[in-house]
Design a protein. Sequence first.
Length: 465
Amino acid sequence: MSNKKKSNEMWGGRFSERAADLLTEINSSIDIDKRLAFEDILGSKAHVEMLAKMRIITKKTETKILNGLKKIEKELLDGDFSFDNLLEDIHMNIESRLGEIIGADAGRIHTARSRNDQVVTDLRLWIRKAIEDIELELSKLQIILLRKAEKNIEIISPGYTHLQVAQPIRFSHHLLAYLEMFGRDVERFKQTKERLNECPLGAAALAGTSFPIDRFYTAKTLGFRAPMRNSMDAVSDRDFVLEFISDAAIAMVHFSRLAEEFILWGSIEFDFISLPDSLVTGSSIMPQKKNPDAAELIRAKTGRVNGALLSLLTVMKGLPLAYAKDMQEDKESVFDVFDTLILVIKISQQLIENMKVKKANMYKAASNGFSIATDLADWFVRDLGMPFREAHALTGKIVEVASKKNIKLNELTLSDLNKVEPKISEEVFKILSPENSIESRNSFGGTASREIRRQIKFWKRRLNA
């Protein structure tokens, strides 16, 4: 078959000239949407079964088409299927190949549907499966975080605000903060999966079809909750794609923040952890270097996913109903976002599981920077009955004394303290340590060991469920 004939045949008799090469280049999406091949076949099988059930095609034709699709599926699995740019997309490639296998009856596969409802059905199926894969990998990550937190519950580390030492915490508390974030990411993806789980198939080009189809049958066959209620909405909106990418972008922000902590913690200045050699690189000129490239690339790839979200928001913002070719740009973003996120999750699993924590260095840092100053202010409120603002100011004066002496708060003498406030007694020294500070933070969700064990118990139940 000549290229001219092949490119025109799919459009019928309206066109007398072959498509310009530049049009073919900009119009073709097969290099991207061939990833929808199995979803396309799945949707076509359900559609053909429905056509036969409703007697729109004969049982003989149904069997013929299904056998042809089965052969194409095998060719795809074996890597023997030949993709053709002149046929634009995966739908035309499969239908064209079906025609080569079974002849003219292949054309009946497109009865009562359009590529408009076909492609969005394929994409919903693909994203639904992609979300399940993401949920699985995020759950594995959460389990790794939970085990790391439980194993390191005795390690004391500095907690920061403004990247300044603020209060001592348990390192487990820090890890569990990310567990909470990733838990919300899982919930977002689950909610998106539930919302997108409606079937567009049968909406046809935009107005439905005059054939007596059963959209509830195809929806049920493909595992959708129900058919979409409005045919124009079904083919023209991509909010489910935007939501998927938005979920991924939020998750990537969480991964980027964690990656930044790996980079800081692994630096000589912090020296809190060492990352596995398998996930760092060396320098071409400085032999002493171990560079946290994996973590840095996680941080960088967040911009890639954020950019995909902005790109598709911009594509969709001015489109009138119903379908427009602009929407062809949605799939490349979706596939790239999925590939990026899955890779980042898996690398993060390895980083967390294999990092070694330097307990002594973390404790030393937690003891610096007057991290127990708030505990001193709280003691003034509880034991001396001061208003907190007065206690805050008094503590600031005591911090200044320690700073000038270049010592820690718990290294001040009672005489030093009494020069600032005569009412201070020896009892104050019971609270002036990182351990006492941490254990006093026993409000729900706090950093005390009792509360951390409560969090660990909660997450064990939730993840097992």
